[in-house]
Design a binder for this molecule. Structure first.
Ligand code: ASP
Length: 308
């Protein structure tokens, strides 16, 4: 079977690591984690792991999930503080606990119990970005700040606050098995404890060998409301092509009433190993690497406009 990695553009830093896993005969799950681990350690990426942007009170809270398309086994962590290794911890939830999702202080406890080092995830650069926006908001209670943020976002939909970003990766290994993973520091300035789509299986991430896989970035609240990743896979199950499944899922998102009007971007792979990606906004890209390629290739996502 041909080896494949499909990912959000910011995964570029880890793609060679993931392909090395696949080329050595490793499993898709391990390749996904190898890619994401590098992104989580990258201080220049302010949307994932170390160097991510914090919530409203200046704390970084990470969300991540991994799904194995062979078995539908999955693990996830949400609102993890003080540890950068969110995707590795998600795998521990999948492999070692009788649970799917561990959140908050329980996730931090599990990280400590599992031997992951504590780390202050807030870099000075991320703090400066966070502060510059907080200082321009009303010096009010958290609720007031969120309302202020909401007004900013809905008043200027063409140039929304650059508060989001996430890494997601789908891999297909030599055996033809697929896996998908997502990791994020979530929506910057989010209300403390807010959990996005990334660790919610079916919303931001889904993989099933029999039909394919999908993963989302962007406004998690609407991907949660539509169960977007699962929808894409289910549409393929019902006979839609990957392209049509992505289009249908994007149209579902457009159909929601959402004052914040954030974009959603979806990557997908079907059971034959074809890849594609879509976005509810124009001009977005994703990256791909096959076993035959030495470098990553960047592709345009199909723009799915709101139906008129
Ligand atoms: N989907 C992520 C979340 O809602 C953020 C993003 O991808 O931009 O937390």
């Amino acid at each position: 079977m041909s080896l494949l990695l499909v990912a959000s553009t910011n995964a570029g830093i880890g793609m060679q690591d993931g392909m090395a896993v696949l080329r050595s005969g490793g499993a898709a799950v391990d390749a996904v984690i190898a890619v994401i681990r590098r992104v989580e350690a990258n201080p220049e990426d302010h949307s994932v792991g170390y160097g991510g942007l914090p919530n409203l009170i200046g704390e970084i809270e990470l969300d991540a999930s991994i799904m194995d398309g062979r078995t539908l086994a999955t693990g996830a962590v949400a609102a993890l503080q003080g540890h950068q290794d969110a995707i590795d911890l998600a795998r521990i939830v999948m492999n070692e606990l009788p649970h799917v999702l561990i959140a908050g202080s329980g996730a931090a406890r599990l990280a400590g119990d599992s031997g992951f080092p504590r780390r202050n995830l807030l870099t000075s650069e991320a703090k400066a970005i966070w502060q510059s926006r907080i200082e321009t908001s009303d010096n009010d209670a958290y609720g007031g700040k969120i309302r202020e943020l909401a007004r900013k976002l809905s008043r200027d939909p063409e140039r929304p606050l650059d508060a989001h970003g996430t890494v997601n990766v789908i891999a297909r290994d030599r055996a033809g098995d697929i896996a998908s993973g997502v990791s994020t520091s979530g929506w910057a300035w989010k209300y403390p404890g807010r959990v996005g789509d990334s660790p919610i299986i079916g919303a931001g991430n889904y993989a099933d060998n029999r039909w394919g896989a999908a993963a989302c970035t962007g406004r998690g609240e609407i991907a949660q409301r539509c169960c977007t990743a699962h929808s894409v896979v289910t549409f393929m199950r019902f006979g839609y092509s990957l392209h049509d499944a992505l289009r249908l899922a994007a149209c579902d998102l457009h159909g929601l009433d959402d004052a914040y009007r954030g974009e959603v971007n979806i990557i997908g792979v079907d059971r034959t190993g074809q890849h594609a990606a879509a976005s509810t906004v124009a001009g977005k890209t994703y990256i791909v690497m096959t076993g035959a390629m030495q470098e990553v290739a960047e592709h345009e996502r199909e723009f799915v406009p709101a139906p008129v």
